[in-house]
Design a protein around this ligand. Structure first.
Ligand code: SF4
Length: 473
């Protein structure tokens, strides 16, 4: 297939609606089984999951049904994540494996999108190493997906498209969404990040912070509650700085209060919070909210001030502990979780021990722990990194062993309490129902599957590491 230079220019294109109509027509003739089938595979964080739900919304409008089977798909899309090198390599491996699928089914269109495609190096690798990929687009042009797909289907060349600077500051409202679940929903309140933590690629691939207007969020939120969603997570790379760039600035706490007023039986969560922007007003809002979960995911990354500075995190260990102690005072049953990076370039064992000390003081419910992974293009990737990977692996094990003890202690302490659990599914092996507490802890218990999708009060009777057992009241 001939190539097109990565385009940042607008092309003469039909409207989104017209493109949807034309793709539907083309695919009804081109589909191998009569019904066009799409496979959308999502890598990475909830923001990507949310983006994929929008792309699936467009695909559904175009008449596609969905499959997990590569062999029956007429359209295969990988929505990629750039946060870790390991994840990127997995994507390249999985894209490479599609070569044989394309050979068996030449009419299948293969596409790659997401954060990786906003990185020059990764996009270039797709271009040069995987010529069977016919469509590549970045995170800023998802709203143009119908036009891009139409071009890939009708032009005799590969299509590459990413956002330009002007588009970086726009938010496209009103895109169709096909949600993966019926109980839990993601709702993006802002895009991008301004923080430039020295290890992170996100500000380079997702652009600067842009917040959605509160009215647009409220409208979508009301629709979700009306449709019966019970667990709604507000998404943003740094939700605590929500609203700062709006023409009429609004704080994240005000947004939460506004949503919390909506009548209904539901729970609001949010992620991710940056300690630098977390206010006492927000903690007070969680404490006094009617529907706001008492779960706070507040990544601290390192418990050592020198490392925090090198990470450009803009807060100190003391400030973080102050916020935690305020949260515990105002919300006595608060469930705290965090992300941690072990083995940041130049970190010593003593500095790492400050992180272990911090997790002991805070007593997190659970942690997402990662060994530092360099990302080309970030400041940290240029720093000397003398500690061998095996040594960092030992540090990580030490940290996880400590956290396991803390989690087991916390779970054991909840035996005898009554928790409000949102029932999500029935476990195929045991037949038990399973759901999550307000603090986001998994609880298994016996009950009628007709209860799936509803809240129930469950008495906790046993604790096994981070999973609780209980009985329905
Ligand atoms: S706050 Fe830091 S770690 Fe989080 S997305 Fe922004 S730059 Fe990355």
């Amino acid at each position: 297939m001939p190539e097109e230079t990565p385009a940042f220019s607008q092309f003469a294109s039909p409207s989104g609606e017209e493109a949807v109509r034309q793709v539907r027509e083309i695919m009804s003739l081109r589909a191998r089984t009569g019904t066009p089938m799409a496979l959308v595979r999502t890598y990475g964080c909830q923001q990507n999951v949310s983006d994929s739900e929008k792309i699936k919304g467009f695909l559904a409008q175009m008449g596609f049904s969905f499959t997990e089977n590569e062999e029956e798909a007429d359209f295969i899309l990988f929505n990629t994540c750039a946060v870790r090198e390991h994840a990127e390599n997995r994507v390249f491996g999985n894209v490479g494996a599609l070569k044989t699928v394309k050979r068996r089914h030449p009419s299948t269109l293969i596409a790659v999108c997401g954060c990786m495609m906003e990185e020059d190096k990764a996009a270039e690798r797709i271009r040069s190493v995987f010529p069977f990929v016919g469509l590549v687009f970045g995170t800023h042009v998802i709203h143009k997906f119908p036009q891009l797909l139409l071009r890939a289907l009708t032009e005799n060349r590969r299509v590459f498209e990413r956002g330009d600077d002007s588009e970086d500051h726009q938010i496209a409202e009103g895109l169709p969404v096909r949600r993966d679940g019926t109980v839990k929903a993601w709702l993006t309140v802002m895009y991008g990040c301004n923080n430039f933590c020295s290890y992170c690629i996100v500000p380079y691939v997702r652009g600067r912070e842009r917040s959605r207007e509160p009215d647009a969020i409220l409208k979508e939120f009301r629709g979700l509650v009306r449709d019966g969603y019970k667990d709604i997570t507000l998404l943003g790379q740094n939700v605590n700085s929500y609203g700062k760039t709006l023409q009429n600035p609004v704080s994240f706490a005000s947004l939460l209060r506004m949503l919390d007023e909506v009548e209904g039986d539901y729970r609001i969560r949010f992620m991710t919070s940056h300690p630098k922007d977390l206010t006492k007003e927000l903690i007070d809002t969680i404490a006094s909210g009617k529907h706001i979960s008492h779960h706070l995911h507040l990544p601290f990354q390192s418990g050592n001030d020198r490392i925090l500075k090198a990470m450009n995190r803009s807060y100190t260990r003391e400030r973080y502990l102050e916020l935690i102690s305020y949260a515990k005072e105002k919300i006595p049953d608060v469930s705290l979780t965090s992300d941690i990076i072990v083995g940041f370039p130049g970190e010593t064992y003593e500095e790492f021990r400050d992180t272990v000390d911090l997790i002991r003081r805070v007593e997190f419910t659970s942690l997402f722990t990662f060994i530092y992974s360099p990302r080309t293009g970030t400041k940290a990737a240029k720093l000397p990194d003398p500690v061998p990977a095996a040594e960092k692996g030992r540090w990580l094990q030490e940290l996880c062993a400590e956290q396991e003890k803390i989690a087991a202690r916390r779970c054991a302490a909840s035996v005898g309490t009554v928790q409000r659990v949102l029932i999500e599914q029935q476990k195929p092996k045991t037949g038990l129902l399973t759901g999550r507490t307000d603090g986001n802890i998994i609880v298994d218990f016996a009950g009628d599957p007709a209860l799936i999708g509803q809240f129930a009060n469950v008495r906790i009777t046993s604790a096994r590491n981070w999973i609780l057992g209980g009985e329905l009241i």
